[in-house]
Design a protein around this ligand. Structure first.
Ligand code: MG
Length: 310
């Protein structure tokens, strides 16, 4: 769906609201207005962002002499499907919960999921500590920032799905997607209890599947989505709460990997490369194939690929 985004002064957004007064729809969270014409849905946010989405957004854009304003075009390959679970921009500066996971693509080690509740007045402090997308940080920095987050008493919940249980669920027919969905769901519920329903403006999950699929996973276990839940891909680069969750999850994954390496007396590599295949062969020679179910995600193709090193 074509879309255009502009950043405009509030008085101009108010003028738009007035202009579209006969086409107004219910106002989403964080927005000043939303209107629907036959060409586009126009949403003006308190943050100053105005979004034109629909079959012909340019027709509505033309009414506004926006030539001098900066339009942000998202390259086609970077566009993700818009859905009603996309958070309003204002969420990133509000008190919110963010949730992310680690270890899903790694052959050795568990999946860890962590969510954190960041009150709006702590967002700046966390930014100053260096909390950001953990993909841009070294493991060493991640571990040190995780300590700082915990020192600040940022409420969080952390779950570790150890390999033995992972493999059991996988044999039972659970996809990794379902495991992740249930982990996020349980971690979020645990955190909501912990913060004793302190007011929060929303819950943001780093999106790993379509929200409808996530809801289907929950429904299959008789669970449902808490209200105000949003999904966004690469959420850790927008939300400090997701970034904090991501750092806590990654740190926990690193610690679990340290433990497994110490227990096996081998330096277990992260990821799922051919280097991993070689280490799998060493583990099998030393402890037998069955031992893998305690330390690895055995359904990964690596288990089979390791045979050529035996
Ligand atoms: Mg993620």
């Amino acid at each position: 769906m074509p879309q255009r985004v502009y950043t405009l002064p509030t008085n101009k957004i108010q003028k738009m609201k007035e202009f579209y007064k006969n086409e107004l729809q219910s106002t989403p969270q964080g927005a000043i207005f939303r209107a629907k014409t036959k060409n586009a849905v126009i949403t003006g946010y308190k943050s100053g962002k105005v979004l034109f989405q629909g079959s012909s957004p340019e027709i509505e854009v033309k009414k506004w002499d926006l030539g001098l304003e900066k339009a942000k075009h998202t390259p086609k390959h970077k566009q993700t499907r818009a859905h009603s679970f996309t958070p309003p921009h204002i969420l990133y500066s509000s008190s919110h919960i963010g949730s992310d996971e680690a270890g899903t693509g790694d052959y050795f080690g568990p999946i860890t999921v962590a969510c954190a509740f960041v009150p709006h007045d702590q967002i700046q402090t966390l930014k100053q500590l260096g909390v950001q997308d953990s993909k841009n940080l070294t493991d060493r920095t991640i571990r040190s920032i995780a300590k700082d987050i915990i020192k600040l008493n940022i409420p969080y919940a952390l779950l570790v799905l150890h390999n033995e249980k992972y493999n059991r669920l996988q044999r039972k027919g659970w996809s990794q997607g379902k495991m992740k969905a249930m982990l996020h769901h349980h971690a979020i519920n645990k955190l909501l209890q912990k913060i004793n329903n302190q007011p929060n403006d929303g819950i943001l999950i780093d999106q790993f599947c379509e929200p409808a699929v996530y809801q289907k996973y929950l429904a299959s276990e008789n669970e449902s989505l808490p209200s105000n839940t949003y999904f966004l891909t690469k959420a850790e680069s927008h939300s400090i709460a997701v970034a904090a969750g991501s750092i806590i999850a990654r740190t926990s994954f690193l610690k679990e990997m340290d433990k497994l390496s110490a227990e096996t007396g081998m330096d277990l590599p992260k990821g799922a490369s051919s280097k991993v295949d070689q280490v799998i062969a060493k583990v099998i020679k030393k402890y037998g194939k069955e031992s893998l179910s305690q330390i690895a995600k055995v359904h990964f193709a690596n288990t089979h690929k390791a045979e050529k090193y035996l």
